[in-house]
Design a protein around this ligand. Structure first.
Ligand code: HPA
Length: 270
């Protein structure tokens, strides 16, 4: 594992030498955030040693390096999901590589289903905590001491000071943000009605097929995380309700201007 990380990092450094301070993972439908970056280099996942290659529609699959808000950043345009068939360890490989490239903060975004009955399509939700137990843990298997401890503390996976900063930014910009617990599932099926109810009963506000593996991996390495969901559909409804991937992508695109405004300012204030 350490050798693979080193090989990927060395390859990337041979193409782009500045050290990024911030890493950002762009979720489904949020890829045009890269237009905010003064791009200095792009590296396709397929070119990086040991990187998996993203297959899902709406994810283009490259690392983008550049400047935003006076910071050097690296953005993952496209992430790896368990439902694509990658092992939990493969899905989080890029997070480990970004840490060894030198990032000091990891920002994560995703499209998620709303289960909190108050939520509406298009809402932005700051993730305050998560429930990961419905999906495999990426740290199962050998522990790499060079990365972190065998039994990582998870009492504050989403840093309170970053949450407070974002709440202040949202208030200043008059953008409504929700807060809540993100429940991870593997997908690729959207949930049944009974499953949405189960997730609500468990204490979830939103449900999605990504993010927690990345967060666990970051916390393992002591990397501070902030994460936000775009609520792209609402699972708990009385009337007939079906969900398509196209609706998810469209809802995320519609929410993108607010998402961009918030994340650009957060990066500037880090
Ligand atoms: N469930 C799971 N993942 C999702 C959903 C959902 O309703 N919406 C977007 N990603």
């Amino acid at each position: 594992m350490m050798l693979k990380i080193t090989e990927a990092v060395n390859f990337i450094k041979s193409k782009y030498s500045p050290q990024p301070a911030v890493g950002i993972v762009l979720g489904s439908g949020l890829g045009s955030f890269v237009n905010e970056i003064k791009i200095e280099a792009e590296i396709a996942y397929g070119d990086i040693p040991h990187f998996p290659v993203s297959t899902v529609e709406g994810h283009s699959g490259k690392l983008i390096f550049g400047e935003l808000g006076g910071k050097k950043i690296v953005a993952m345009a496209g992430r790896f999901h368990l439902y694509e068939g990658y092992s939990p360890e493969q899905t989080v490989f890029p997070i480990r590589v970004m840490k060894f490239l030198g990032i000091e903060t990891l920002l994560i975004s995703n499209a998620a289903g709303g289960v909190n009955p108050a939520f509406q399509v298009g809402d932005l939700m700051i993730i305050t905590d998560h429930i990961s137990q419905l999906a495999p843990n990426p740290l199962i298997g050998k522990n790499y001491k060079e990365l972190g401890p065998r039994f990582p503390d998870m009492s504050e996976p989403y840093k309170k000071h970053l949450i407070s900063k974002m709440k202040k930014i949202a208030a200043d910009k008059n953008i409504k943000v929700r807060e809540g617990v993100y429940v991870a599932v593997t997908g690729p099926t959207f949930e049944t009605r009974a499953e949405y109810k189960m997730i609500l009963t468990l204490g979830g506000d939103a449900v999605g097929m990504s993010t927690v593996q990345e967060v666990i991996t970051a916390v393992h390495m002591g990397l501070p995380v902030f994460a936000m969901s775009v609520i792209t559909d609402v699972g708990i409804r009385e009337e007939e309700n079906t969900i398509t991937h196209e609706e998810v992508l469209q809802a995320a695109k519609d929410a993108e201007p607010n998402f961009k405004a918030l994340f650009c300012e957060l990066i500037a204030q880090l």
